[in-house]
Design a protein around this ligand. Structure first.
Ligand SMILES: Cc1cc2nc3c(=O)[nH]c(=O)nc-3n(C[C@H](O)[C@H](O)[C@H](O)COP(=O)(O)O)c2cc1C
Ligand code: SF4
Length: 449
């Protein structure tokens, strides 16, 4: 399946593609022209539904279905909010897309806002990315000057104002309801659901929140038709996906893959990751950002039934959490045999403890306990009961919190113990060796790839 069809990154290497002029020369904004002049808003929604595209922010919820849930009460404004907060460790594709192809996102925002009946839309960008915010603001000015934003766009009578909002500087502000709170000027605490944003979102009005990559696909779908999009990919994983690849691979970076690409090809071919760095072999993989379960190499490459896995929502989750994982946001982290799984798990747990907003006790207290216990084991002061204690605390957090950050904190720890329990035990029985910097337990079941 080499040479994936490029939907998002087709023109990424064209000099000046971040400017309106070059983007337009390459066929940019023809999607806006087609949508606003030839299609009704409902027809645009229909194309997105037909495409089968699933939200690229992590949960993989069908985008067209989400759009069709939007409430439409008379006389109440509706909003589209683009989630560009991207703070999940291991995920950096939205940053890349906005930096290099700002007009692709803006074009998607215009078409999507038109489809949803929104006249004011927001791009909520991770606050640390000030230079990206400036790139987007410049691109918005260019699009406005060309008549694609503002009043009476292309003489169609449709008005749209696009606002770029710097984020609050916390991972939790990427959770959609926390993002809406933050956008309203409050502390970014997640809201209880229901009501869902489609009914009561920004300023209590019907709102759609979509990821940058999700929105950026819309102009291709409108130009080529939802059915054409649905032909790309595999099964219910239609289209292409941006993967942020990092860790011990030869070629880290952002890759656009066709969903359904064999994981072996993604990991080892020179078109993508280029294999594990010389002289080393794969030990474990976090396939979809730090929140998804970690898998040992053999279960990442093949399902428990021995079938080669594919880069798709279904294939990566084959086997449930016992032997599978999730595609998530596409934050792919490869770890070779020099990685200490206990240290890595402790590191993730520090992040989630730090980022918990503190509203619910299981997450606020549990993330802190897990971090302390993992610190103890990693630094040679743990005992065997600590390992079961971690499993117990993780179970008590899972499913018992207001937002999914609690699950995101519990899954990496529960899966690390499920698949690498012997490594945790080795840390307990060899406290002196384990606590030395760089000490790594050689996993018995590792598989060379
Ligand atoms: C703690 C947390 C952080 C999140 N961060 C992001 C983020 O940075 N970007 C994003 O698109 N979605 C993020 N999400 C998912 C959003 O809540 C939401 O599902 C997504 O923006 C919907 O867009 P999509 O349907 O296009 O995927 C996060 C969720 C949680 C629980
Ligand atoms: S799960 Fe954690 S981050 Fe989410 S609302 Fe509860 S305390 Fe806040």
């Amino acid at each position: 399946m080499a040479n994936t069809k490029k939907i998002l990154l087709e023109h990424i290497n064209v000099p000046g593609i971040e400017t309106y002029e070059v983007y337009r020369q390459k066929g940019g904004y023809t999607g806006v022209e087609k949508a606003l002049k030839k299609l009704t808003p409902d027809e645009v929604v229909e194309e997105v539904k037909k495409s089968g595209v699933r939200g690229r922010g992590g949960a993989g919820f069908p985008m067209g279905m989400k759009w069709s849930f939007l409430a439409k009460p008379e006389g109440v404004p509706r909003y589209l909010v683009c989630n560009a907060d991207e703070s999940e460790p291991g995920t950096f594709k939205d940053h890349y897309l906005m930096k290099c192809l700002p007009h692709l996102l803006i074009e998607g925002m215009i078409i999507s806002s038109y489809a949803l009946g929104a006249n004011k839309s927001f791009i909520y960008v991770r606050g640390e990315l000030m230079y990206v915010i400036r790139i987007l603001e410049k691109a918005i000015e260019e699009a406005k000057a060309a008549g694609f934003l503002g009043k009476n766009i292309l003489g169609t009578g449709y008005d749209l104002e696009l606002v770029v909002q710097p984020g609050g500087g916390a991972y939790i502000c990427g959770e959609e309801t926390a993002l809406l709170e933050s956008l309203e000027g409050k502390r970014g605490n997640p809201r209880n659901k229901p009501p869902f944003p489609a009914v009561k979102g920004l300023y209590q009005c019907p709102t759609v929140v979509n990821n940058v990559e999700s929105i950026a696909t819309v102009s291709w779908i409108v130009n080529n038709g939802g059915e054409e999009y649905a032909k790309i990919g595999v099964g219910r994983s239609t289209g292409t996906k941006l993967i942020s690849a990092s860790g011990h691979i030869r070629k880290p970076g952002v890759y656009e893959i066709e969903l359904g690409l064999p994981v072996d090809e993604f990991l080892n071919s020179d078109e993508y990751c280029g294999g594990i760095r010389d002289g080393h072999h794969l030990k474990a993989v976090v396939a979809g950002g730090s929140s998804v379960p970690i898998l040992p190499a053999h279960l990442f490459m093949k399902t428990a039934n021995g079938e080669g896995r594919l880069m798709s929502y279904e294939s990566l989750s084959e086997g449930g959490f016992a032997t599978g994982t999730m595609l998530g946001s596409g934050g792919f982290i490869a770890m070779d045999e020099t990685t200490c799984i206990v240290r890595n798990t402790w590191n993730f747990s520090r992040f989630y403890h730090h980022e918990s907003c503190g509203q619910c006790s299981p997450c606020r207290e549990g993330t802190g306990w897990m971090e302390k216990v993992l610190h103890r084991i990693e630094h040679g002061h743990g005992n065997m009961r600590d390992i079961d204690l971690l499993v117990d605390v993780a179970k008590k957090i899972e499913g018992n919190t207001i937002c999914p950050l609690g699950d995101a904190a519990a899954w990496p720890i529960a899966s690390a113990i499920r698949h690498f329990r012997d490594e945790f035990e080795w840390h307990v029985t060899n406290p002196g060796a384990a606590s030395k910097p760089g000490a790594v337990y050689q996993h018995l079941n590792e598989m060379s790839v």
